[in-house]
Design a binder for this molecule. Structure first.
Ligand SMILES: C[S@@+](CC[C@H](N)C(=O)[O-])C[C@H]1O[C@@H](n2cnc3c(N)ncnc32)[C@H](O)[C@@H]1O
Length: 215
């Protein structure tokens, strides 16, 4: 295993301990850099972004319904990225990136994505972990900036705090022309995710938001 490989995704020790680092780094569905991902995305009119894609169940199903769509999964966990990449192997316009979601959005071009999904982000309820939370004011502004006019942001979670924060940000800034809040899963008819399945089994309540960019 090369030093470059070890240093890119994790420390050399972690790379030796976790075989999925190498497996993902060498996977043909690893786009490797944002530049490559954006270049590939530009080949398709419809572009779906799954932030925190986990094991890739959602993207796999979405792309099987619409193989001409570009689909990109972002995550930090190598095992999950590897599993997602395996699922996307047969889709010409699907792939993954190992990257922090916040950095990825900062690098995304303006008005680029047709659909941007966040599904069951880690809630990080303790104040001392607040820096890890994905849903923040900056995130909200980045979602608006990077969505195409006519594009939509789809969010579902068991974390009511994120749901309320998104409502609060929209009511203060009024960026999105259409905002729909649901105290249940608005996206029940969309493909499921692993965490959605877990919450269904536990009969845990799910909250959802859909924002549409209209200007
Ligand atoms: C609770 S899981 C949900 C996975 C999937 N969306 C689902 O519904 O099954 C959250 C995922 O987000 C990823 N994640 C958390 N923080 C992240 C960050 N800052 N950048 C990229 N991925 C992140 C985690 O590794 C994990 O796979």
């Amino acid at each position: 295993m090369s030093m470059q490989l070890s240093l890119k995704g994790a420390s050399p020790v972690a790379a030796l301990k976790n075989p999925y680092i190498k497996a993902f780094e060498e996977h043909p569905k690893n786009f490797g850099t944002t530049a490559v991902a954006f270049q590939r995305a530009r080949l398709c009119r419809k572009r779906i972004l799954d932030l925190g894609c986990g094991n890739g169940h959602f993207l796999e199903r979405r792309l099987s319904e619409s193989p001409s769509t570009f689909g990109l999964g972002i995550d930090l966990r190598f095992k999950r990225l590897f599993r997602s990449s395996e699922k996307l192997a047969d889709f010409p316009h699907g792939g993954c990136l190992h990257m922090d979601i916040r950095d990825f959005l900062r690098e995304s071009p303006d008005q680029f994505w047709s659909e941007l999904w966040v599904q069951f982000p880690d809630p990080w309820p303790k104040d001392r972990h607040a820096k890890n939370r994905m849903i923040t004011a900056e995130f909200f502004f980045q979602v608006f900036r990077t969505l195409q006019v006519g594009g939509r942001f789809c969010f579902r979670s068991d974390a009511i705090a994120y749901w309320k924060l998104l409502q609060d940000l929209q009511s203060r800034h009024r960026l999105f022309g259409i905002a729909i809040y649901q105290g249940s899963d608005r996206f029940e008819s969309e493909p499921s995710t692993l965490f959605r399945e877990t919450f269904s089994k536990k009969r845990q309540r799910v909250f959802s938001v859909e924002f549409r960019r209209t200007h």
